[in-house]
Design a protein around this ligand. Structure first.
Ligand code: PBG
Length: 332
């Protein structure tokens, strides 16, 4: 008997379950659908504007009317939730990010416009000051340091403005200590009892946020880095403590961010906690896959689906991804 025959004596042939589409379909362990996807939109002032973002081919800054159209497309494809981010006009940037507390700022106006035109879609917005400050940090500074509690006081007000404007999910992305509890208490105290909190619980100080910062305009403004508040990429146990903390403070859902370099963190959070878990496939991940495809190194559709499937397989429920619309079309 030849050696390679021996291996199959017990009838083990893994390829039996891979031989055709139908059987692969039947035994597939991870399913991806439009219902898994959260679609981020970049907002800018103006009318009728769809402005390409250099670092993110295929993604645009949208004026509110264009964002409404994009929201309608997303809703028609079965995407449950949008995440809104704004590019604040230069003249409105201040050291304390005061524009965040303007109930008529771009994000609040977009929330109302989309809510009116596309009532069935969920709306989420970031709670953080980086797009409103002239220094690009997520909080207020004193002697170059990001102040925690003073920042939390402002974030609470920001969250209340978002809730008043019709935001369904507020997403603190600032990484200040204690912000989830403070926001939860304020929402309860002001009658916003149904507003959900998705906390950016394990948010790492990643280099992969570059294209996002370019998109919202904070890239050139940011001095230094965010390592005194965002997490050290070397730490996974700390992520579990952060998630535990945010859940105990009142987060309804938690997030791990970025995605692809943190699959182990996603898996550990999934195994340890029962709350819904979102992974954020961030701007730099989108850019890598897109630019590689543009160079002819791989097919974009395959890269998109493989990367999203990997995040789901790691254990997340939802995925925030700039591919959301494209993926939903392919998966339809
Ligand atoms: C703001 C915020 C950032 C991202 C989401 N919210 C940037 C940052 O923390 O510097 C990054 C998202 C992405 O890169 O796609 N706090």
């Amino acid at each position: 008997m030849k050696k390679h025959d021996m291996k199959f004596l017990a009838g083990h042939r893994a390829r039996r379950l891979r031989q055709s589409d139908w059987i692969r379909e039947l035994v597939r362990e991870t399913r991806l659908g439009a219902h898994d996807l959260i679609y981020p939109l970049f907002l800018r002032e103006g009318n009728g504007v769809r402005e390409p973002i250099d670092g993110m081919p295929g993604i645009h800054r949208l004026s509110i009317d264009m964002a409404v159209e994009e929201a309608r497309r997303a809703h028609d494809l079965g995407i449950p939730l949008l995440a809104l981010f704004q590019q604040t006009p230069e003249e409105k940037l201040t050291p304390d990010g005061a524009e965040a507390l303007n109930g008529d700022n771009l994000t609040c106006r977009a929330l109302r416009a989309i809510r009116m035109a596309v009532p069935g879609i969920g709306l989420m917005a970031d709670v953080a000051l980086d797009v409103f400050t002239d220094h690009g940090h997520d909080g207020v500074l004193q002697d170059g340091k990001v102040l925690n509690d003073e920042t939390v006081d402002i974030l609470v007000q920001q969250a209340l403005h978002l809730a008043t404007a019709g935001c369904d999910v507020v997403a603190p992305s600032d990484m200040m200590d204690g912000r989830v509890g403070a926001i939860r208490r304020a929402l309860e105290g002001h009658g916003h009892t149904q507003v959900m909190i998705m906390s950016y619980a394990a948010k790492y100080a990643s280099c992969l946020y570059g294209p996002f910062r370019e998109a919202v305009g904070s890239l050139g403004r940011l001095k230094g880095d965010k390592r005194t508040y965002q997490m050290d990429p070397a730490n996974a146990r700390e992520a579990l403590r952060q998630v535990q903390q945010d859940i105990s403070e009142g987060a309804d859902m938690v997030m791990v961010k970025p995605g692809m370099a943190y699959l182990d963190v996603i898996r550990q959070v999934r195994d340890r906690f029962d709350v819904p878990l979102t992974a954020y496939q961030v701007s730099g991940e989108y850019a890598m896959l897109r630019l590689g495809a543009d160079q002819g190194l791989w097919d974009i559709e395959s890269a998109m689906l493989e990367s999203l499937t990997g995040l789901k397989r790691a254990g997340c429920d939802g995925i925030l991804t700039y591919f959301a619309l494209e993926a939903a079309r392919v998966l339809a």
